[in-house]
Design a protein around this ligand. Structure first.
Ligand code: IPE
Ligand code: IPE
Ligand code: MG
Length: 261
């Protein structure tokens, strides 16, 4: 996406002791950043609050991260909001999350319009409550023609389920004769994943210090740079985001080759 230098400067104009926008190379920004937003529960518990309050606070952090991603001129920004394993949580928490997804989406539609953000979802939406599904569809319909950044929300997403589904789709296509077995290559698999058409993430951020993928984008993260911070998701702000970008720019991405001199 086109980077609006002036808007970015004013967005990052509040002075920080250890960091400034000048530390970042604006010519070498990632195209796609993905975040495993983790630590909402611990954030709330540490404050003597119910876990649900952590999820509510997490929404504010997400709004800021979407804006930051737009200001940084990303093509795509994706976040892990609910995994295929998160159904194991207490029913009350699951219900709260589903409700929060629906209400937040409606509330944030003006932001998507204002910032020309196109919405998409990663995951099996069929299993979601009716109201959440209806609102998600409305979000898709209303932002379909936007030409700016793509914001992908992973809900009821699991990488193994995603790949299993792709295998099933490929088998069906072969049986129906629309493709032959030899047509099954990496591109054919990619095209059948929820992320079809999106570039692979350049940078994956996980908050709250956990060193695992929790069934997230196993295929797409093959050559992604990882950044883990102890900061809990509700505390993750635009400067933490910039710190992650800075770390990313310090990496040497070789993709299996050697660094060119
Ligand atoms: C991440 O925060 C949000 C979701 C998984 C929906 P958690 O709810 O996992 O918070 P912790 O990991 O228990 O602190
Ligand atoms: C991963 O977080 C899923 C999301 C952030 C939506 P979890 O909190 O569910 O992951 P585990 O259980 O700690 O691996
Ligand atoms: Mg967690």
């Amino acid at each position: 996406m086109q980077l609006d230098n002036e808007k970015l400067r004013s967005y990052y104009s509040d002075p920080q002791e250890d960091l400034s926008l000048d530390d970042v190379d604006l010519e070498r920004l990632p195209r796609h950043v993905s975040i495993i937003m983790d630590g909402n529960g611990r954030w709330a518990t540490a404050r003597g609050l119910d876990r649900s309050r952590g999820h509510v606070a997490g929404v504010d952090a997400l709004r800021e991260a979407v804006t930051t991603s737009v200001r940084l001129g990303l093509d795509a920004f994706s976040v892990y909001a609910f995994s295929t394993e998160n159904w194991r949580r207490p029913q009350r928490e699951v219900d709260l999350l589903m409700h929060l997804f629906a209400t937040t989406l409606v509330k944030e539609l003006p932001l998507f319009h204002q910032e020309n953000v196109r919405l998409r979802f990663l995951g099996d939406l069929d299993a979601l409550p009716e109201r959440t599904r209806v609102v998600f569809q409305r979000g898709l319909d209303e932002t379909r023609d936007h030409t700016g950044m793509t914001f992908a929300l992973a809900v009821n997403y699991g990488s193994r389920a995603e790949m299993t589904r792709a295998a099933r789709d490929l088998a069906r296509d072969v049986l129906e004769g629309t493709i032959s077995v030899d047509d099954i290559d990496e591109r054919a698999v990619s095209e059948r994943l929820y992320t079809a058409g999106l570039p692979d993430p350049d940078l994956l951020i996980r908050t709250s210090g956990e060193l695992r993928l929790s069934n997230y984008l196993l295929w797409q993260l093959a050559y992604t740079e990882f950044y883990v911070t102890d900061t809990l998701w509700p505390d993750f702000g635009k400067w933490d985001y910039l710190r992650a970008i800075l770390a990313y720019q310090g990496r040497s991405r070789r993709f299996g080759g050697v660094t060119r001199q």
